[in-house]
Design a binder for this molecule. Structure first.
Ligand code: FMN
Length: 217
C-alpha cells in the first residue's frame, strides 16, 4: 500500500510561486540585516565534504550597481532590485577545512579525533584534484547555495532572478577577483514591482527514467 508523505504546504507553495522577477520596486530597499538573514538561510545548503566553497559579494551601493549595469548587458534588475548578490566559488575551499572542523568540535558535533582525520583527508583529496575538478565542485555547490537563496528569499516575501547574462571577465576586473575564485552567477533580490510570469516545464517522462538512462540520440 502506498503511504502519503506528510507534505509541508508552505514549502510546496514557495516552490510553485517562485518565478524569476525582472521588475523591482526600487523604492523598497532591503536592510543589510534582512540580506544577512537570507544568506544565513542559504548557507545551510549542502556542499561537497561540507567545504562550503561559496563566497558572496553583496552589491547594494547604487553607484556600484550603475557601474555593473553595462557589464550585465543593461538588465534593469541590476539597478532596480535591492541587491545583487554575486555568488562565487572558492576553488581552494579545502584551505578552510581546519576552521570548519574546529567549529564542529566546539559545537559538540565531532570529536577531535574525527576532526583530525577529516581535516587530513579533505586537504589531501581536494588539493590533489585538477583545477577543472575543483572548479566543477565549486560550481555545483555554488548552484545549490544559489537555489537555496532564491527559495529562502521567496519564503521571506522577496523575489529574485538568477543571472548568467553578464560579462564575467569584466565583472572579475571590476571587483578584482583572483583566479582562485570562480564566478557562479549573479542573483538580483528585492521587492517585485511586477510579478514574475509562470514558465512551463518539460514533461517528466521526457527527462526522467527509472533504472536506466533514456536520453535522446
Ligand atoms: C544560471 C541561470 C542564469 C540565468 N540568467 C538570466 C539572465 O541573465 N537574465 C534573466 O533575465 N534571466 C536569467 N535566468 C532566469 C531564467 O530565464 C529562468 O529561471 C527560467 O526562464 C525559468 O523561469 P522561472 O525562474 O520563472 O521559473 C537565469 C537562470 C539561471 C538558472
Amino acid at each position: 500500500m502506498e503511504t502519503q508523505v506528510n507534505i509541508n504546504p508552505a514549502f510546496s507553495q514557495v516552490l510553485r510561486e517562485r518565478h524569476s522577477v525582472r521588475k523591482y520596486d526600487s523604492s523598497r530597499k532591503m536592510s543589510n540585516e534582512e540580506i544577512n538573514d537570507l544568506l544565513n538561510d542559504a548557507i545551510l545548503a549542502p556542499s561537497s565534504s561540507n567545504l562550503q566553497p561559496w563566497r558572496f559579494i553583496v552589491i547594494t551601493d547604487q553607484a556600484l550597481k550603475e557601474q555593473l549595469l553595462p557589464i550585465a548587458f543593461n538588465q534593469q534588475q541590476v539597478v532596480e532590485s535591492s541587491a545583487i548578490i554575486a555568488v562565487l566559488g572558492d576553488l581552494e575551499a579545502y584551505r578552510n577545512v581546519n576552521k570548519i572542523w574546529d567549529s564542529a568540535v566546539e559545537a559538540g558535533l565531532a570529536t577531535p579525533e574525527v576532526r583530525d582525520m577529516m581535516v587530513e583527508n579533505s586537504r589531501n583529496t581536494y588539493s590533489n584534484f585538477s583545477r577543472e575538478k575543483q572548479k566543477e565542485i565549486a560550481l555545483v555547490d555554488g548552484g545549490l547555495v544559489s537555489m537555496q537563496l532564491m527559495l529562502a528569499a521567496k519564503a521571506k516575501g522577496y523575489d529574485t532572478v538568477a543571472m548568467g547574462g553578464y560579462d564575467a571577465e569584466k565583472f572579475r576586473e571590476m571587483f578584482q577577483i583572483p583566479p582562485r575564485y570562480a564566478t557562479v552567477m549573479l542573483i538580483a533580490v528585492g521587492h517585485a514591482a511586477v510579478p514574475g510570469r509562470q514558465t512551463s516545464r518539460l514533461p517528466l517522462e521526457d527527462i526522467a527514467s527509472y533504472n536506466g538512462f533514456k536520453g535522446q540520440d
